[in-house]
Design a protein around this ligand. Sequence first.
Ligand code: CP
Length: 430
Amino acid sequence: MAVSQQVFLRDAMRRLNLTRDVFAARIGVKRRALDTWLLPEGSQEARSMPEVVSRFVTEIVENGALMEKYAQSAQSGSLRDRIAIDNKHQLLSVDQFTRESVEELCRVADLMQPIARRQKVSRVLEGAVLGNLFFEASTRTRVSFGAAFCRLGGSVCDTTGFTFSSMAKGESIYDTSRVMSGYVDAMVIRHPDKGSVAEFAAATNIPVVNGGDGAGEHPSQALLDLYTILTEFSRLGKLLDGAHIVMAGDLKYGRTVHSLIKLLALYRGMKFTLVSPPGLEMPDYLLEQASKNGHVIEQTHDLAAGLKGADVIYATRVQKERFSGENLEGYSADFQVDRALVDACCGPDVIVMHPLPRDSREGAHDLSTDLNHDPRLAIFRQADNGIPVRMAIFAVLLGVESLVQHSLRDVTWTPPSHIGPDDSVFHGMY
Ligand code: CP
């Protein structure tokens, strides 16, 4: 080889227009191996690429037609491979998605709706077992991930809290993750420490899904939030590009908004109004990331002013369990999103969202219950979307999404026509 191995590989990736992850997947090698071949000669970790790989890459870059085929197939490779991290099929952060791939996941979620709405059943995950490891409180994420896996024909084993896990006896994340990998085929993990789910993922080759890591991310929540916005906008005849999204509440510790703003920033011409009490503003690194694409970002402490002209109001709870020195029991009364404020500041086609749980205790001033009978309140439709979206996540990570359509059978029982007493005609099962 006339040039160094590093120059040769970098040139090949540039000419094919592929990232390291995709290039490694395309030539069938581990990302970690590729990384060692790209290290400068003389570095301790550097390795020589095998002759067979060199010949294979040379053949691709020297043959125009073959190169085109490889470049194209990389763009249209499976969704599972395109969102992989280091060739592992995991969901740790929304950073794994592009606009194209996130919309593809939404289309898989659409396929799941007949199952989520209890009209059809599927057994594509028959025999597979999910390990649900929740070291923090949860209702929606834990149960809906479990239900989603069961509705695809799999079964679920879970552990909740540190007390009933051997972590209470000092077991490490590495040992716990490796041991669980011998028992189950996928894991969903919620843990109070930011970055801890990535540690679990590093210790296993089975799919791992981040069910919330401290004040870090909550990617599956953001995916179902985006799916909800796209579904509601489609019903209302609106486009997401150019929309005005208001995020209100504890934006410092609310991990759902951290993931959601990054996903929404994949769209064009967005306006984000971020309304928080003083001291609970969105972290700077997220503001920088979200403003990269030229979106308008405004920050205010004045809720009524911030809500003006909103297409989406996304309210959040005070994340008191993650406070470090802050002193706030709840929002002030003038910080509560309620019907009078929504009527005064927004149009008839605004949608009001909240990741839930909302804090219904007196003095919390979380999203008001006086919107419960208002069709603009999308919170229960949003929570329901947790099922098809989480089914889509499992189907993609376990590589069965193309089998779902042909696996559908009619249910044998009679489900209710509307799941909740207040469901409007555009929701429920139809
Ligand atoms: N939205 C959400 O993560 O809810 P849970 O805490 O109940 O899982």
